[in-house]
Design a protein around this ligand. Structure first.
Ligand SMILES: Cc1ncc(COP(=O)(O)O)c(C=O)c1O
Length: 480
């Protein structure tokens, strides 16, 4: 093609391609429309249900263009009004958080300015924000300044980074794998075992550490297991403790477990994905020893109430993390001389990634830490309030949790598991507040997780009323 032809073709293409770079007036209109939509959504949160089960309509990408108004209507109907309303105060299942608004503003700014936060060379400012968030986390959890960290998409990927570092530091490969032992609690989150599988450690030996009646690891039993394994010539490797279990809200005795890990020179990992930020509250003594972990994960999209999509990992041994994640390539040579640890990409499997640091940094700077701490303290009181209320209407409760997750069941005289399942179904059918279920010690239980920042006493009152209402239906249906 000659130059004139190229220019003519470019002019033709520009008629369509320039549509992606919309002018200011249109930008304003669109942003206003989205702001109106999100305001209506937020204003309605107290009135809408926590859970709505429904068939989803057609969301396929259409050949013809659609209007933003039409798409927002569709979004509201098919996305916002279906399933769990995770922004709502009434999400009390799994592990909620809510999604603070100022983090959404940060995401908007990050997406519009689109800095390449993964490499210090490419965006020193964005990389520094990521690193300052990590520095703040190090100070919250008393990790040493020379430890490293990374902002991931969530707890599962953070675990992957931590375990990979552990694997590489302890050189767990080839014939050593089937002799290698990992110690964890039955209450550990499944992302731990999933991560082991993903990083090629599927064939390690898993030892479940005996727990006390509060679902906490018994350090003495852990020590005994390790001794026995050593006497059989096995290779004890990794201990996983949890600071806030998903089902029971338990914090394992972190400091005593650290003693065992240190004595046997094992890698000590703590999962604080759900519970970690409660270290900022009056319950901080329960976290004693957390700073002794080799690796720690914490999820700002849980305990800092940020929208889904940001987890964090801290690791003491920088070289272990670099070993698996730092790589060079010819096309990356311009940035090679930059400080290794200033580029998030060197500490993570991700190269190009969302600039997550901003959605943590901006809310913390705008609000200060106090409102976050107050929200967490609130949740600790709300779980106690909920348990009292439920006890008053005849429910059995799991042991008093350390944090804001607890479980319960109704003591039906016969077929208790079946009838509690029925109760769970009624609760889901009702949907005014969302709860989820689990199996603990082979028993079907309903669990409540109070962590969404918008959840207040009124929400808990609504939850108790709903549970009582659903219980009545189950009791009546079983009479007939
Ligand atoms: C204790 C704990 N660890 C890890 C995870 C996994 O985190 P994510 O869902 O962000 O991958 C969860 C999720 O609920 C959790 O509760």
């Amino acid at each position: 093609m000659n130059t004139d032809e190229i220019i003519r073709k470019l002019e033709q293409l520009n008629i369509f391609s320039s549509e992606l770079d919309i002018p200011e007036l249109q930008r304003r209109e669109m942003v206003n429309q989205v702001v109106d939509y999100t305001n209506t959504f937020i204003n309605g949160l107290n009135k809408t249900k926590g859970y709505e089960k429904k068939e989803i309509g057609n969301l396929a990408i259409q050949k013809n263009k659609s209007s933003l108004t039409g798409l927002l209507n569709k979004y509201q109907k098919e996305v916002a009004e279906s399933g769990i309303n995770a922004a709502s105060p009434k999400h009390l299942g799994y592990i909620p958080g809510g999604g603070v608004f100022t983090a959404a503003l940060a995401d908007f700014i990050a997406a519009v300015t689109n800095p390449f936060a993964s490499a210090y060379f490419a965006s020193p400012g964005a990389a520094t924000i990521e690193n300052e968030v990590i520095n703040w986390l190090k100070s919250v959890f008393s990790f040493p300044p020379n430890s490293v960290g990374n902002l991931s998409s969530g707890g599962s990927i953070s675990t992957l980074i931590a375990f990979t570092a552990a694997r590489d530091k302890y050189k767990i490969k080839n014939e050593l794998i089937p002799k290698t032992v990992v110690y964890l609690s039955k209450q550990a989150h499944h992302s731990a075992q999933k991560a082991l599988r993903i990083i090629g450690l599927e064939d390690v030996i898993i030892r479940y550490i005996p727990l006390d009646i509060n679902h906490r690891i018994i350090p003495k039993k852990l020590h005994e297991l390790i001794e026995t394994d050593k006497s059989y010539g096995l290779n004890p490797f990794l201990i996983i403790a949890t600071a806030g279990t998903t089902d029971t809200g338990t914090i394992d005795p972190l400091n005593d477990i650290a003693d065992v890990a240190e004595m046997h020179k094992l890698w000590y990992h703590i999962d604080g994905a759900y519970g970690g930020f409660f270290i900022l509250t009056s319950h901080k003594d329960l976290f004693l020893g957390i700073q002794r972990a080799d690796s720690l994960i914490i999820d700002p999209h849980k305990g800092l109430f940020l929208p889904y999509g940001v987890g964090a990992v801290l690791v003491k041994d920088a070289n272990a993390v670099l070993h698996s994640n730092y790589y060079t390539a010819n096309y990356m040579q311009d940035g090679h001389n930059e400080e290794l640890l200033s580029s998030p990409a060197n500490l993570s499997p991700e190269l190009t990634k969302h600039f997550r640091g901003l959605r943590v940094w901006l809310p913390l700077q705008l609000h200060g830490i106090e409102p976050f701490i107050s929200c967490l303290e609130e949740k600790l009181l709300l779980i106690a309030y909920f348990r009292n209320k439920l006890y008053e209407i005849g429910f059995c409760l799991g042991p008093e949790p350390d944090l804001s997750v607890s479980y319960f069941w109704y003591p039906f005289e016969t077929d208790a598991d079946e009838k509690n399942k029925q109760l769970m179904n009624e609760i889901h059918k009702d949907g005014s507040v969302f709860l989820s279920s689990s199996i603990i010690n082979n028993q079907f239980v309903i669990r409540i997780a109070i962590l969404a920042f918008r959840t207040k006493k009124e929400t808990i009152d609504e939850a108790v009323e709903m549970i009582a209402r659903c219980l009545k239906i189950v009791l009546q249906s079983n009479k007939q």
